[in-house]
Design a protein around this ligand. Structure first.
Ligand code: NAD
Length: 357
């Protein structure tokens, strides 16, 4: 049986708590299915600043590169908010994405049957279900483009540049079409081609790549319309592909309509399906260290790791089924709590998922 090397980055806030529970789940999977997972814990974010002076030590990047996948908790916190931009914990995320070439961010927004009550949308919309996979470009666009400041007649000005090259768009388009092919064969491209030149090139490339996927139905939405449509009729969407910044916003919006940010996993992949897996939420400093964090988003991120990086579909499914079983038994962390359910903490939720495995 192969041995999989996993770099773990607990990070800050609730990060260490949710990673602890997730590592236990992976160890149980290894035991049940006869695999070996070797974990190497490394520093990133605020804790790395405190211990080494930088948010992303070289050693962390090196260990990640030598691993088969990376599992990340979250980084950031109030303590480091006063630091200049390039020294903030969040720089570690951009650094890791860049250094590991993680250009494809997959964020499933799924409304679990048992959590329909937590969805803020109207009952008739909820009844149709939500299962959207947002594919966000992660290493280009405005978050990586040229930026600066200069004095102008109107005072100090600042700029960030949105730029996409053909190959950057092509590779994310291929990722999205391939995913759509494995799902409901429906891809929605989201851009702002009515205004932005970068979006016009983006759309040209999407249309070009579409020729290789005649079996996938392709449509297009402008980002402002997309933001409305996923609230109005989320069941109409399957896979959505978009730029770094539009995807950042759209995927957070999609997460909200599923009820809890504590439930949603994500994967960031490079061209070889090497990936970094993390919950979509942040370090939740307001509840850190209080055993209140929902570990499910991270546990489901580990399931994505098994699926996308290791090709262990059965093992991934086992984790997803265990989570569903626990939710069906009426157990909830605070973020997804509702009347008549039993409130548990991070550790108890982790223990129950283990038990269900
Ligand atoms: P957040 O996601 O950390 O928290 C938003 C709200 O959701 C909080 O009330 C929090 O308690 C709650 N929440 C989040 N995850 C939860 C969980 N698993 N269980 C229960 N409740 C949960 O977002 P924020 O408050 O905007 O950011 C806090 C810090 O995290 C900031 O420093 C931010 O920069 C950082 N951040 C990091 C990442 C990352 O590491 N990928 C992502 C987003 C934000």
């Amino acid at each position: 049986m192969p041995n999989y090397k996993i770099a773990t980055i607990p990070g800050d806030g609730i990060g260490p708590e949710i990673i602890t529970e997730t590592v236990k789940v992976l160890e149980k999977i290894a035991q049940n299915f006869g695999h070996t997972f070797t974990f190497t814990e490394v520093l990133a974010g605020g804790i790395a600043i405190d211990k080494t002076g930088v948010p992303l030590p070289d050693e962390t990047v090196e260990v990640c590169k030598q691993s088969d996948a990376v599992l990340l908790g979250a980084v950031g916190g109030w303590k480091w908010d006063v630091l200049p931009g390039h020294m903030r914990p969040e720089r570690a995320l951009l650094g890791l994405r860049g250094a590991l070439g993680l250009y494809a961010n997959l964020r499933p927004a799924v409304l679990h049957d048992t959590l329909k009550g937590a969805c803020p949308l109207r009952a008739d919309i909820v009844a149709k279900g939500i299962d959207i996979m947002i594919v966000r470009e992660l290493t280009g666009g405005m978050y990586f483009g040229d930026r600066g400041r200069k004095e102008t007649d109107l005072g100090l000005a600042a700029w960030d540049t949105e730029m996409y090259a053909t190959e950057e768009v092509r590779r994310i388009a291929v990722t999205a079409f391939e995913l759509a092919r494995k799902r409901k064969k429906h891809l929605t491209n989201v851009d702002k081609a009515n205004v932005l030149e970068s979006s016009r090139l983006w759309r040209e490339v999407i249309l070009e790549v579409a020729k290789d996927y005649p079996d996938v139905q392709l449509d297009h939405l402008y980002i402002d319309n997309a933001a409305m449509q996923i609230i109005r009729e989320p069941s109409a969407y399957d896979v959505m592909v978009t730029t770094n910044m539009f995807g950042d916003i759209l995927s957070d919006e999609a997460s909200q309509i599923t009820g809890s940010i504590g439930m949603l996993p994500s994967a960031s992949l490079n061209k070889d399906n090497f990936g970094m897996y993390e919950p979509i939420h942040g370090s939740a400093p307001d509840i850190a260290g209080t055993d209140k964090a929902n570990p499910i988003a991270t546990i489901l991120s580990a399931a994505m790791m098994l699926n996308y990086s290791f090709g262990l579909d059965k093992e991934a499914k086992a984790i997803e089924n265990a989570v569903t079983k626990v939710l069906e038994s009426g157990v909830r962390t605070g973020d997804i709590m509702s009347d008549g359910m039993r409130l548990v903490g991070t550790r108890e939720m982790g223990r129950l998922v283990l038990e269900a495995l």
